[in-house]
Design a protein around this ligand. Sequence first.
Ligand code: IPM
Ligand code: MG
Length: 477
Amino acid sequence: MKLPAALPTLLALAATVDRALAFAPTATTTNMHHRRRRPPSSSSSSSMMPPTPSSSSSTTTTTTALTAVTRKDSYSITLLPGDGIGPEIMSATVGVLSALTSRCGFELEFAEALIGGAAIDAVGDPFPDASLERCLSSDSVLLSCIGGYKWDSNPRELRPESGLLKMRKSMGLFANLRPAKVLDQLVDASTLRREVVEGVDVMVVRELTGDVYFGTPKGIDVVDGELWSSFLAFGRDDGVGGGSGVGIFVFGSQSYSSSGRKRVGYNNMIYREDEIERIARVAGDVASKRSGRLCSVDKANVLDVSQLWRDVVTEVISSEFADVELSHMYVDNAAMQLIRYPKQFDTIVTGNIFGDILSDEASMLVGSLGMLPSASIGDGIGPGVFEPCHGSAPDIAGTDKANPLALILSAAMMLRYDLDRDEEATILERSVEAVLDMKLRTADIKQEGDGCKLVGCIEMGKAVAEVVSTINSIVEV
Ligand code: IPM
Ligand code: MG
């Protein structure tokens, strides 16, 4: 395919591709003084997190993102309450953490910062520099959720989601760990049959700072006349050969006349080799601490970017993780298999967009998005961000109906991954299970006729805090 002679838009776009390729991975350098690399925790016996294998035959010496600050007596934590139900679940979680610190004899110093719609309303920026600075200078970050109808029609840079993406990119949070473990107490909360979901324990390792989310060129352009037909010729690979090399864009198959103005929307699904390598290492590390089974999900039968993904993941795992058994699956099949027979999966590693979709799907195995925590981590130099997988549920905001458990469980992941406080993390996780054993349920996990008591966010938070203060020393590490 011939490159169109004079095509300013395309040249500008091509230049952006070069810039994108030349872009070095973000690495935060603040906080170095009080953070250190440590090997991933080897003492977790939590039911929420991967068990530690009794023996490890791993040959890897690779560095990983599973790191934490040096264990200490007092940590600074940035709280990002965000939008919708965010402030409610944050206050329930802070109550629980206060109970934990009084019981365990260490301190968490909290400071709030703005993100999302709240930040747009206050300062006209969904993730202002002041918030970034505060996050970077703290030991860890706890985030509720962002978004709401109110900001949905704003220009993209003034939408809450842009703040979240900016935070992830600027803090270098390239690895997102989303565990989906079906708790015995909630087996019947899933829409799937008991025998399908019972015992499911999946960890989705999602790449978080690359892919079509951040790839350039991107945009919606208006192109007309001659320019349009050239644009199409450049941008479309009809699959009949000749398109490779310049087939940067893949547009629909509709044919247009060469006159009149047309709009074209496009994003670039792009991964650099080093971006794939580092997420493969995190996934290999996570998998080796679980059952050792790792399934990499891609769309290599169609997408070049996925072929590179598959090749690089294979190289990294085979050369660095002798104890990890790697398999590959196309994303459409993975979406189907997750529902058909989810127990076949242990650790899944995948790119940003596939991980976004599959982790929401995995949450439904558990019964409610309201139960799913997540950890976003980077190179271990800067702090991680710990947040529930769920959104801001603006429809129930302010009604005390929200489920705070996903944020409480995210705080547990923060203690484990960022603060070197494994035992305390386990106390939180066991306490959550204990309140479920006490048959307390928020609306999202309440089943008709389950004999459980319907409680609001405040009562659920108080119940967990009470259990945290009184639960026996249950931690066998
Ligand atoms: C998530 C969310 C975000 C994403 C949105 C809110 C930008 O869906 O964390 O999964 O797409 O990553
Ligand atoms: Mg999502």
